[in-house]
Write a protein that binds this ligand. Structure first.
Ligand code: TXA
Ligand code: MG
Length: 326
């Protein structure tokens, strides 16, 4: 399987592969036809840039004119791992990849199979391997649900983290987390010794150029300062909603995902008992389950500000669920 996937990528094709976050839809980053095919397959708007996946920090040199000290600090602290860095790009980086922006997104994934593919096939663009607007794939079956039974997928079971990487914009100050993830703001601030802001948080203003919550638009990912954040996305067809205060899971056609306590055991109720890592790993599969099993709604308890501050993964869950709600 590995050899077949390598061959596809080396010949300018597109194939899905595992990372520690979610499965990616890979194509060689210097091949315009291959990159175009990624946009076509996903049904992704051309104005939403892709992340270039590397297999060493050294590989970054082909994409950026210099690696600023802060970037180097973060690469040393968190690479390989679920942190994507946005930096000013070299002019030769394909406009298709960056959607015409003057910056490029770089990440060195931790998954050994991703590393092996990139080491032999070169840097790969890899958006999440889902159709635009669908939840990101955390299992090979999810990729096949979206792209068909015969689509080439390098299989490695369930991904470890289950939510996409933290995206941090280092191209201007103050540095901004455009997409929260497993690596949290505090960890980044500690490594840098400076403050970092979180786009869309209560304390920060709106990011520029952004159209918040365009309901009905289905793409997952679209640009502006924080490209992936302007549309409703990561969503199942079932309606996703926050539970009311005091609301208990009912016996209705709703899938309840309860994060903190142990709720009644029923087929339509999942209790996470404060295991936020497990909830992150399962969230997108639950969204897909809701559709497979014909649930009308997915209902979740809100996350308090305290919880989000103290647990990066709770911040990331809150962010993806809010996007799915639209
Ligand atoms: O965990 C991940 O990052 C996964 C795995 C496969 O690596 N990939 C992923 O890619 O989530 P994608 O394309 O689904 O999301 C990339 C996000 C989008 O929100 C995109 O708008 C943003 O990164 N992005 C890419 N390049 C950017 C840039 N130059 N400036 C700002 N945002 C950028
Ligand atoms: Mg995506």
């Amino acid at each position: 399987m590995l050899e077949r996937i390598k061959k596809i990528l080396r010949e300018g094709g597109v194939a899905a592969f595992p990372t520690e976050t979610v499965y990616g839809l890979g194509a060689y980053a210097w091949n315009p036809d291959a990159v175009r095919r990624v946009f076509e397959l996903k049904g992704r708007p051309a104005d939403n840039p892709l992340i270039v996946h590397l297999a060493s920090a050294r590989m970054a040199a082909d994409f950026v004119p210099e690696i600023p000290e802060d970037a180097r600090t973060l690469m040393t602290a968190f690479w390989p791992g679920p942190l994507t860095l946005i930096l000013p790009k070299k002019p030769e980086v394909l406009d298709l990849v960056t959607a015409g922006l003057d910056t490029v997104a770089l990440r060195w994934p931790a998954h050994p199979l991703a590393q092996e593919l990139i080491a032999t096939c070169g840097p790969l663009v890899a958006p999440s391997a889902n159709k635009s607007g669908r939840p990101s794939p955390t299992r090979p079956e999810h990729v096949r649900e979206d792209f068909g039974e015969d689509f080439p997928v390098l299989e490695a079971g369930e991904t470890q983290i289950g939510l996409e990487s933290t995206v941090l914009d280092l191209s201007r100050e103050p540095y901004t987390i455009l997409r929260p993830g497993y690596i949290g703001r505090e960890q980044i601030e500690k490594a840098l010794g400076k403050e970092v802001r979180l786009a869309d948080s209560e304390e920060g203003e709106e990011t520029d150029g952004e159209i918040p919550g365009r309901v009905g638009q289905t793409d997952a990912d679209a640009p502006a300062r924080s490209p992936g954040t302007k549309y409703s996305h990561y969503a199942p067809s079932a309606r996703v909603r926050w539970m009311e205060e005091g609301e208990e899971p009912g016996r209705d056609n709703t899938l309840y995902l309860i994060h903190a306590e142990t709720a009644a055991e029923r087929p339509n109720v999942a209790s996470y008992e404060s295991d936020y890592e497990r909830m992150a790993r399962e969230l997108y599969d639950r969204f897909r389950q809701a559709d497979r099993e014909g649930y009308a709604q997915v209902a979740l308890r809100p996350f308090t500000a305290d919880l989000r501050r103290s647990k990066p993964v709770a911040e990331a869950l809150h962010n993806r669920i809010s996007k799915a709600i639209g």
